[in-house]
Design a protein around this ligand. Sequence first.
Ligand code: GLN
Length: 463
Amino acid sequence: MSRQTVEFAVTAAERLNESLNAFLQIDREGAVKRAEETEKNRDQRVLAGVPVAVKDNICVRGMQASCGSHILGDYHPPYNATVIERLVNAGAVIIGKTNCDEFAMGSSNENSAFGPVRNPWETTRVPGGSSGGSAAAVAAGIVPVALGSDTGGSVRQPAALCGVLGLKPTYGRNSRYGLVAFASSLDQIGIFAREVKDVARVLGVIAGPDPRDSTTADVPVPDYAATLDGNLKGVRIGFPASLFGKGLDEEVGRAVKDVVDVYRELGAEIVEVELPNAGYAIAVYYIIATAEASSNLARFDGVRYGFRAEETPELRQMYRKTREEGFGPEVKRRIMLGTYVLSAGYYDAYYRKAQQVRTLIKNDFLNAFKNCDAIITPTTPTPAFALGEKVDDPLAMYLNDIYTVTANLAGIPGLSVPCGLSSERLPIGFQLLGPYWSEPTLLKLSHGFLKVQPFTERPPVSA
Ligand code: GLN
């Protein structure tokens, strides 16, 4: 059985790659071999024989880790990320590495050095970013589960645009060891799936402290799958009315308000909440994320990893030319912005100020959660936009992240849940945000909603 399942996944990944470009590497031989072993040993582990796709910025031993960048090229890390170690120990079969925006910087997957991923619902549209390959692979039915990384929305946003579930866990819930760093205080590995129980199972496997990542927390890992059912009576859902105004697509706004009505019917109590500093979130995020990126990406210098520019006998020239040729335009823009906001004279005006406002944003949530158990928002302001539509306007692109960056700034968990299709048959998602370690609540809420309003439609490009 598991051999058949894995072969189906690998074949679908290969066949659909021409139209989706979702995978940068597919490991047919290795995956089939591991599936055969699973079958032979009658493996009973939780994820035995489950095919999983992994974003190409998470290290898997024996596979590439390009991060969607030429500068890493065909770099093959000699070790597994902790989350991979745990998935493999639970029996999962990694079938390949998925396409993404270069170093996870982007909202549309158009910043990959290896071409954009296409949305399986409409291949002239973006899948969202930066984990677009993982989202598309799950949406197209290639794999039931995929991993991505979420620094400012890169799991939840493509999940919404592709019509699947996307979870960004609490900061520190799972290890970042082996995730190539973009902005370390915001980065978190997240999960894509079509079923809530799959998100729950995978989270249970990858969560928990890791001695190799000191930012993981020693908080008990509950049995997430055991608490999905249950009454939503009396659960308090916060509704931040101010986030449902300007800039939000009408259909998306209506769809999410309909979800609120469903929750009301299920017995939840809807309470108005305010997030007074949410309006600063994009500015704060793009200062902090670029500052941390400029530092993290200093390590790509032509000495340690992957690509090195040719004919550069002098050291500084070698660094310069390697970075000039190896990085794409968005990554360069971020490094320049980040270096600028950290530079003497500007540090106080930008970086320090951004950190102060980050605290205000976090406190907004802590205050709101005194009156509610979760907050509902749209995941994205619009459904999937056209390829090329926003590439020349970085600010318009950054505004896509308006609903998602706050969770990373505050460190709280967020889950995007599909709630229907637009008039153009493009998926719409809503987002649930909760207090630290409230993953069980978010999973239970999404499960309860999907029981009454299941999302069963399949995209035209499908396995
Ligand atoms: N779109 C955001 C950015 O470009 C978020 C990316 C992410 O979460 N990795 O920074």
